[in-house]
Design a protein around this ligand. Structure first.
Ligand code: FAD
Length: 399
C-alpha cells in the first residue's frame, strides 16, 4: 500500500532546517535581493556543513546492491536533499543557490568523478556551464571545443548564464571533442578558476534570485590538465556517451522542483496567515461549492503545492532506489516549475497591496519563482521529454 505520510526521519530533518531558514535566511532575504552581486557573508556558516547531501560512495566491483534486497525501500540522500532544499527555499531560493560548495557542478562531479578527481575537486565549489549564446534548450548543439594537445586539453568557446559564476572555485564546462560525432562528442571538463584563458566576462542583472550571481565566461585557448575530463574521453558511436551526461539532469531536476515547491510554500503559508487574520476561518469540511471565492482559490493553491511535492519526492525516491526516473524527474520539474509561478502570482493577487509592496516578500517570491520554469530545462522541454517517453518516440521523431 502506498503511504503518503511524511517519514519520521524527514520530519526531524526538516524541522531543524526550517529553523535555519527562519532565523538565518529570511532576515537577510530582502537585503541581498537589493544588494545584487554581493556575497552573503552570513552563508559562511554553511561552509563544510554538507547541507545538500553527501555524494554517494561508488560501489566496488563485485559489490552487491543491497538496496531493496529485503524488499524494503531505501532511505536516501536524494529524498532528504529535496526535503532540505524545500525548507531552505521557503527561507530564500537565491540564498540557497549561494551556499558554498553546493553548486550544480558539485552534483555533476559527485555523479561521475573518479576517486582521484573526487580527491582534487570534491571540496571545491563547482558551477555548471552548459548554455551558450546559440545553445540553450538544445544542449546537444553546443559549439565550445576541447582539443587534446599533449598532456592538456585546450578549450575555446563562450558560456552564458552560469550560476555561481563569480563565487565558485571551478566550473564544469560542457564541450565537444569531435564536432562531427554530434552529441556523442560532448564531454564535461573541470576548469579551475585562474587557468590561463578562462575569463569571467560579466555578471547579469536579474529579475529574481538576485542573491545568486549569474555570469558569462569566455574560454580563449584555455588549457587544463588531461585528467580534468569527467568520464571517458572515448567518443562512442551513437548517443550513449551523451545520454550519460544527460543523466545528471535526472538527479538535478527534482532539486529544482523542490526549490520551486519551497518558494510556493512560502507564498501559501503567508497567504494562509493573512486570510486567517482577516477573520476567514478555513474549514476543509465545507463543500467546495459553499465557500467564498478566496477560500476556493486558496484551497487550489494548497492542492497544487501538495501535487508538486509528491511528484518531486517520487522522482527523488526513485533515484535513491536506483530506478530509472527520467520521466518522473521531468514531470516533477514541469509541474513544480510552472505552478510555483502560478501560486506566487495568485498569492499577490489575493493579498492585494501587501502582495505588491517591497515591504513584504510575496512580490519577491513571484519574481524568484520564474526561473524555476527556465533553468535545468524549460517547462516546454520537460513536457517534450515526458511525451517522448510516454509515446516511446526518439528526439528525432518528436522535436
Ligand atoms: C538565472 C539563470 C541561471 C542559469 N544558470 C545556468 C547554469 O548554471 N548553467 C547553465 O548551463 N545554464 C544556466 N542557465 C541557462 C538556462 O538553463 C537556459 O536559459 C535554458 O536552458 C533555456 O535555454 P535558452 O535560454 O537558450 O532558451 P531557448 O532554448 O532559446 O528557448 C526559448 C523558448 O523556446 C522554447 N523551446 C525551445 N525548444 C523547444 C522545443 N523543442 N519545443 C518547444 N519549445 C521549445 C523554450 O521552452 C523557451 O520557452 C541559467 C539561466 C538563467 C536565466
Amino acid at each position: 500500500m502506498i503511504n503518503l505520510e511524511t517519514p519520521e526521519y524527514i520530519k526531524n530533518l526538516t524541522s531543524g532546517i526550517n529553523n535555519l531558514a527562519k532565523t538565518v535566511l529570511r532576515p537577510i532575504s530582502r537585503k541581498y535581493d537589493e544588494e545584487e552581486h554581493t556575497y552573503p557573508k552570513e552563508l559562511d556558516m554553511f561552509r563544510g556543513m554538507q547541507i545538500l547531501g553527501r555524494p554517494k560512495k561508488k560501489k566496488k566491483e563485485g559489490e552487491e546492491n543491497k538496496s531493496g534486497s529485503e524488499g524494503k525501500p531505501k532511505k536516501g540522500v536524494n529524498l532528504s536533499t529535496v526535503a532540505i532544499i524545500e525548507e531552505m527555499c521557503w527561507g530564500d531560493a537565491g540564498l540557497l543557490l549561494s551556499i558554498p560548495n553546493a553548486g550544480l557542478g558539485n552534483a555533476a562531479i559527485a555523479a561521475v568523478a573518479t576517486d582521484e578527481q573526487m580527491e582534487r575537486f570534491g571540496k571545491m565549489w563547482a558551477a555548471m556551464a552548459i548554455t551558450e549564446p546559440g545553445a540553450g534548450s538544445d544542449s546537444g548543439s553546443i559549439t565550445t571545443t576541447a582539443v587534446l594537445d599533449g598532456d592538456e586539453w585546450v578549450l575555446n568557446g563562450e558560456k552564458i548564464f552560469v550560476t555561481c559564476a563569480e563565487r565558485s572555485d571551478c566550473v564544469v564546462v560542457w564541450a565537444t571533442v569531435d564536432k562531427k560525432a554530434g552529441k556523442a562528442g560532448i564531454k564535461s571538463f573541470v576548469v579551475e578558476k585562474g587557468r590561463p584563458g578562462f575569463k569571467l566576462e560579466h555578471l547579469e542583472h536579474k529579475l529574481g534570485i538576485r542573491a545568486s550571481d549569474t555570469g558569462t565566461f569566455v574560454l580563449d585557448n584555455c588549457r587544463i590538465p588531461k585528467d580534468n575530463i569527467l568520464g571517458s574521453p572515448e567518443v562512442k558511436t551513437g548517443t550513449e556517451g551523451f545520454k550519460g551526461v544527460m543523466k545528471t539532469f535526472d538527479n538535478t531536476r527534482p532539486l529544482v522542483a523542490s526549490m520551486a515547491t519551497g518558494i510556493a510554500r512560502a507564498a501559501v503559508d503567508y497567504t494562509r496567515e493573512k486570510i486567517e487574520e482577516s477573520g476567514i476561518k478555513l474549514d476543509y469540511s465545507k463543500n467546495p461549492n459553499n465557500v467564498s471565492s478566496i477560500e476556493k482559490e486558496f484551497y487550489l493553491m494548497e492542492a497544487h503545492l501538495e501535487a508538486m511535492r509528491l511528484l518531486t519526492w517520487r522522482a527523488a525516491w526513485m533515484a535513491d532506489n536506483e530506478l530509472f526516473n527520467n520521466t518522473e524527474a521531468s514531470m516533477s520539474k514541469a509541474k513544480a516549475g510552472r505552478y510555483a509561478t502560478l501560486i506566487t502570482q495568485k498569492a499577490c493577487e489575493l493579498l492585494g497591496p501587501i502582495g505588491y509592496t517591497r515591504d513584504e516578500l510575496p512580490e519577491k517570491w513571484m519574481r524568484d519563482s520564474k526561473i524555476m520554469d527556465i533553468f535545468e530545462g524549460t517547462g516546454q522541454i520537460q513536457h517534450l521529454i515526458v511525451a517522448r517517453n510516454v509515446l516511446e518516440m526518439s528526439s528525432k521523431e518528436l522535436k
